[in-house]
Ligand binder design. Structure first.
Ligand code: C2E
Ligand code: MG
Ligand code: MG
Length: 707
């Protein structure tokens, strides 16, 4: 038996031996040669070695170390230090199972001998916990590096200590660059003071802040919106030393929000304010205007003439036709271009909105007078004098507009009233023949009601035979003989008597009755020609007015041919008058119909010539026989040399194209002389006769020679 083993009294002898034996922690005593002197019961149960088999042997002999290298390390450390903590020892139990433990060993002298006391600590749970901690740490690091949100740690000195990839990418800085910067360096100045302080204070008192929205500035200077939450960081002793910031770039979300907001307040087609936004702006403008007025004159009546806001209600004339004949795509493009054009006419402070369809509303915001509102309205209308070029379709089209104007405070004090009144005035402008503007008048309210009644009455007028034709003679200026008549529609209203066409034709066009009424006019005119002939009066030619919508009717040519045939008329005895503006809207379809009518032998004249914007080039392409010089030029013969010049030009133009000219509204001898001298062939007007009934025509021309 080796020395100081077994026979020797154990180094823990005495009253502590029981404690040693029963201590639940495994315990071993070895001598400096490494032989076991004693082990306690816990050692026996942990390793499975009975005390008597261990004592006197070395750990090598019983093979308790899994690796001799590890044992070597342990012993070597013991030789250098009197106390050793060996964190992880891999040992083997008697049954061969592995046991990982931590060893605490100290040298102890007892009766001149030195022993090694080794306490064995079970580290199973500890290892588990450490493994878990490592696991989470690794995961956190992965998360930190790969998370979409930016994450950064700001140290006590206020600089960024750590920044993850997302944070660096978001700002365009490298992590090293950020280490020289503080949050203030990446925050636009307007956020500096208050907000940063509040966030920080919250983070330090509560441990974390609320989520805030603010902005960051990138390295390139660009600014973007972010959402940020701060968390306090604690050092090992639990002291706070800086904070973590979790930052999310919310540019996309903000952009979406802005887009939604935009859609809520704008018309997506023209990108103009919509009705809601317009009313909002109008209310503001009114509030401001009222303050100024009331401030200037606290108790007196409002100074109507001094300070005004103007509201313009603009509606495109016959826009439905554009959509129906040219298609919605062109209609949409046209609206977009018109919106831009109108915008260019206005000042920054003015508001242009689209209320829907072809309705635009304009607020002239800043004091306007009646005169300046008129000037601006004229300027807007003048836009429509030029053709609109549609680049995608490589097409030019002409449209006109009607504008109603109401003024604050004269025509209303609140937004709804002003818009309603401008709308009423716009209807009046339509009634006046379109392509014009009208200021609101108090009587217009009544006329709207009147219009509703008119519409109802017009719907039944056709069945009740309330439409009649009057005929106005056209005279050959050289000979004074009858060259033809123009059929002019009248409505014989049961209570109001004869109503002129300008009062109801725009309405029947609007409510879609014009096709029916126009067809009736052609039928009736042809029938009348036959009736006059039967009564012995030969009228050389009958001119019938024609509306744009009639030209869209594809059965028109057959219909006209049948009327001629049924009344035994020659095709040259019928002439169709189309207005110049109608021809502006010409489409392939209308042109085809006009050509078919020409093939049939029907003559075509352009009515109100000079008021539109016909070009020589396109006149040549049309199957036209006659130009009717508009009354507005003829009226001022002898007073306005401009108008005379225009008439001369029209006549020259017609002659060069081989067309005949007819002058409308000839009232005075002077006009007749001028027209005749200039080479106009035919005159029509009160100088010769007003529009007459069929019987009056018969009485007037029966027995007289015609051309
Ligand atoms: P328009 O075709 O230019 O007809 C000429 C208008 O000038 C007629 O007005 C006629 O009464 C008027 N007028 C003729 N001579 C004189 C004159 O010496 N001085 C003045 N101040 N006026 C004169 P009316 O009958 O009121 O017709 C107005 C317009 O209504 C016509 O203009 C035409 O565009 C339209 N219209 C008339 N009948 C029809 C119809 O059957 N169908 C369609 N679609 N439109 C029609
Ligand atoms: Mg006419
Ligand atoms: Mg005319």
């Amino acid at each position: 038996m080796p020395e100081n083993v077994s026979q020797e009294p154990a180094p823990y002898a005495g009253q502590h031996s029981a404690v040693f034996a029963e201590c639940p922690v495994p315990f071993a005593i070895t001598n400096l040669q490494g032989r076991y002197v004693d082990v306690n019961r816990a050692f026996e149960t942990t390793f499975g070695w009975p005390r008597h088999e261990v004592i006197g042997r070395t750990s090598m002999e019983i093979g308790i170390w899994e690796s001799s290298a590890e044992r070597g390390q342990f012993i070597e450390r013991l030789q250098r230090n009197s106390t050793v903590r060996f964190n992880t020892a891999n040992t083997i139990c008697r049954d061969g199972s592995r046991y990982r433990c931590r060893l605490f060993a100290s040298l102890l002298s007892y009766r001149d001998e030195t022993y090694i006391f080794t306490v064995v600590i079970d580290i199973h749970d500890l290892l588990l916990a450490e493994g878990e901690a490592r696991f989470y740490l690794e995961r956190f690091q992965q998360l930190y590096e790969h998370m979409r949100d930016g994450c950064s740690l700001v140290g006590k000195d206020g600089r960024f200590v750590r920044s993850n990839r997302a944070f660096c990418d978001m700002l365009g800085y490298s992590e090293e660059e950020l280490q020289h910067l503080t949050p203030r360096n990446i925050t636009p100045a307007r956020w500096h003071e208050q907000d940063i302080r509040i966030e920080n204070e919250q983070a330090f008192t509560r441990g974390y802040s609320d989520i805030y929205e603010k902005e960051h500035r990138r390295k390139d200077g660009s600014i973007f919106p972010i959402e940020i939450q701060l968390y306090c960081n604690f050092d090992a002793s639990g002291e706070s030393d800086g904070f973590w910031g979790i930052v999310r770039d919310i540019s996309e979300r903000k952009a979406q929000q802005e887009h939604l907001n935009f859609l809520a307040y704008h018309d997506p087609l023209t990108r103009l304010p919509n009705r809601t936004l317009f009313f909002d702006r109008l209310e503001h403008a009114l509030k401001r205007a009222k303050r100024t007025i009331l401030g200037a004159m606290p108790s007196a009546e409002m100074p109507f003439q001094q300070l005004q806001l103007a509201l313009l209600f603009l509606d495109i004339d016959h826009f439905k036709n554009v959509n129906d004949t040219l298609g919605h795509l062109i209609g949409d493009t046209l609206l977009q271009i018109l919106a831009q054009n109108i915008t260019h006419c206005l000042r920054e402070s003015d508001v242009l909105a689209r209320f829907g369809g072809d309705e635009f509303v304009i607020l002239l915001d800043s004091p306007v007078t009646l005169e300046s509102a008129t000037t601006i309205t004229r300027r807007i209308l003048a836009l429509f004098a030029k053709p609109v070029y549609l680049p995608q379709q490589d097409k030019e089209i002409y449209v006109t507009a009607s504008i109603g104007v109401s003024l604050f405070p004269r025509d209303g004090l609140n937004a709804e009233t002003l818009v309603k009144h401008a709308d009423l005035a716009m209807f009046k402008a339509k009634d006046l023949g379109r392509n014009t503007f009208h200021f609101y008048e108090a009587t217009l309210g009544a006329s709207l009601q009147e219009r509703v009644q008119m519409e109802a009455a017009l719907r039944s007028a056709a069945q009740r035979n309330e439409f009649i034709l009057h005929y106005q003679p056209q005279i050959d200026l050289a000979t004074g003989k009858l060259a033809g008549v123009e059929a002019l529609l009248r409505w014989r209203h049961p209570e109001r008597g004869i109503i002129p066409p300008l009062h109801f034709i725009p309405i029947i066009e609007d409510i879609g009755l014009i096709g029916q009424v126009g067809a009736w006019a052609i039928t009736e005119a042809c029938r009348q020609m036959a009736a006059w002939r039967a009564a012995g009066l030969k009228i050389p030619r009958m001119a019938v007015n024609f509306s744009v919508q009639q030209l869209e009717y594809s059965g028109l040519v057959d219909f006209v041919a049948r009327q001629l045939w049924e009344n035994c008329l020659q095709s040259w005895e019928l002439e169709l008058e189309v207005t110049e503006s109608l021809l502006m809207h010409r489409t392939e379809q209308t042109l085809a119909i006009l050509r078919d009518l020409e093939m049939l032998g029907i003559q075509l004249s352009i009515d109100d010539f000079g008021t539109g914007y016909s070009s020589l080039a396109y006149l040549k392409t049309l199957p036209v026989h006659r130009l009717k010089i508009d009354y507005s030029f003829v009226r001022d013969i002898g007073h306005d040399s401009n108008d005379e010049a225009i008439i001369r030009a029209i006549i020259a133009l017609a002659r060069s194209l081989g067309l005949e000219t007819v002058a409308e509204g000839v009232e005075r001898e002077e006009q007749e002389r001028f027209l005749h001298a200039e080479g106009c062939r035919i005159g029509q007007g009160f100088r010769y006769a007003r529009p007459l009934s069929a019987d009056q025509i018969l009485a007037m021309f029966h027995g007289k020679p015609a051309v």
